[in-house]
Design a protein around this ligand. Structure first.
Ligand SMILES: Nc1ncnc2c1ncn2[C@@H]1O[C@H](COP(=O)(O)OP(=O)(O)OP(=O)(O)O)[C@@H](O)[C@H]1O
Ligand SMILES: [Mg+2]
Length: 130
């Protein structure tokens, strides 16, 4: 990201969250996919914000970029396998479908939306206990 002039901001909160059980390799794949999207589809915004919070009994990861966001008409389809929106960036359109499936297999939810003020925001919710 630094090489591409994109700043990744992550401010860990005060609270130390309890570990959650899951498959670390698959979860890493989810975070890499989401960060890759933020950089390649939203990199024009030059900034990505990531956060981790505890909301009730869920741990919530948010990744927000400051790019063009996802056109509203495409939002219902972006999690479908091989769906590529109007973004001209490289890729086969499989990333979000795989992310969604991995997170669902952890009993959680995976959502993508547009952020207030522009850019896309992905919200990954994983329960502490399934
Ligand atoms: N952060 C984002 N900003 C704008 N559009 C996005 C963003 N993330 C995803 N999209 C849109 O959703 C589509 C689907 O995303 P997905 O990650 O599934 O595929 P991809 O990134 O195009 O290819 P792959 O992940 O297989 O390399 C993208 O082609 C793009 O149009
Ligand atoms: Mg992708």
């Amino acid at each position: 990201f630094r090489q591409e002039g994109i700043e990744l901001r992550y401010e860990p909160g005060e609270e130390i969250l309890p570990p959650i059980s899951g498959d670390p390799e698959r979860l890493k794949q989810v975070f890499c996919n989401v960060l890759d999207n933020a950089a390649k589809h939203g990199g024009a915004g030059r900034r990505i914000d990531a956060s981790l919070t505890r909301e009730g009994t869920n741990q919530v990861v948010r990744v927000r970029d400051y790019g063009p966001g996802v056109p509203a008409a495409e939002l219902p389809y972006v999690k479908q396998k091989f769906y590529k929106g109007s973004s001209k960036a490289r890729g086969s359109g499989i990333g979000l479908a795989v992310c969604d499936e991995i997170v669902r297999l952890h009993g959680g939810t995976f959502d993508i939306a547009n952020a207030e003020g522009g850019g896309a925001v992905v919200t990954i919710c994983i329960p502490e206990k399934e």
